[in-house]
Design a protein. Sequence first.
Length: 103
Amino acid sequence: MNFAVIYMPRAIQKMQGIADWLIERSPAGAEAWNDALLIAVQKIASDPYQYGFAPENNFESLELRQAFFRTQRGKRYRIVFTIEGLKIVILYIRGPGQDLITN
């Protein structure tokens, strides 16, 4: 069973920011990044419980989980999400080298 996926505004902002940055440098790279992200989200939606807890889980009232995906160039990105019933809520997209979420 696939869960419905909802993107929070801050996740959408981050996705757009990454895409805009990549498009300026490599439109093909931006498309590849978007494809990798969508594949990762599809995997999360198919079985979100297979993914471990995010380090920030100790600091939030929500149960935060994380999934990683890589681009063709090997850059690793992190998706932070929570499960609400039959919905996956994408809270954050974190790029390579970004610190843990503090707010």
